[in-house]
Ligand binder design. Structure first.
Ligand SMILES: Cc1cc2nc3c(=O)[nH]c(=O)nc-3n(C[C@H](O)[C@H](O)[C@H](O)COP(=O)(O)O)c2cc1C
Length: 186
């Protein structure tokens, strides 16, 4: 049976590199029978973390929508450009707000068991992704998500540069396609 996949994007560039890889992941995942929804964390502004409450407690409709999606999802995908070695502010806000979903209250609805990180950077130096990976790995530990994988694509600066990176686009499609398949996370 197909999985419910929620992709959360953090780039301000609609047709940017991380969003393009996220779209490739989406197409692969949809092709293999999963249902995929996308939440744009740059456009849809939820409030910063200020207390250990679920997003459903906020008045903001974007926060309410994200709460519904988080409770619907079996699989999460976090897609972001690297900004000063970190994730974008939009995605960081979502990551902070995920913290209450690790509590017993949050676990009543949050049941994600598989997660993917997609990140892009101008630098081709793999060290450029270290801080993002550490933050992501720690979030996975906190949320108790054991099945995770990463697609880190350096050397892409301009919007659309990743279209020349057929290796990365194919990997994103395959990652999406392999969700929920025997053999685990791609
Ligand atoms: C504010 C800002 C900070 C950035 N910081 C870094 C960085 O620390 N290292 C790097 O290699 N690229 C950095 N970049 C470049 C982006 O990570 C790169 O262009 C990426 O491919 C953009 O992805 P997008 O098209 O999905 O937005 C930065 C770009 C911006 C706008």
């Amino acid at each position: 049976m197909g999985k419910n996949i929620l992709i959360i994007t953090g780039s301000p560039r609609e047709k940017g590199n991380s969003n393009t890889l996220a779209e490739s992941f989406r197409s692969g995942a949809a092709e293999s029978g999963n249902e995929v929804k996308v939440f744009d964390a740059h456009k849809n502004r939820i409030g910063f973390y200020s207390a250990p409450v679920l997003l459903s407690e906020d008045d903001n409709p974007e926060a309410q929508e994200l709460h519904r999606l988080l409770c619907w999802a079996d699989v999460l995908v976090l897609a972001t450009p690297v900004y000063f070695m970190g994730v974008t502010a939009g995605l960081k806000t979502v990551m902070d707000r995920l913290s209450p979903y690790a509590t017993s209250d949050g676990k009543k609805c949050f049941h994600v068991e598989e997660c993917y990180l997609i990140a892009t950077a101008t630098s081709a130096d793999p060290h450029m992704f270290e801080a993002v990976c550490m933050e992501y790995d720690y979030l996975m530990t906190k949320l108790g998500i054991k099945h995770t994988s990463k697609l880190l694509v350096g050397g892409v600066a301009d919007e659309g540069a990743v279209f020349d990176r057929h290796d990365a686009l194919e990997r994103a499609i395959l990652m999406g396609y392999s969700v929920g398949k025997i053999g685990g996370v791609y």
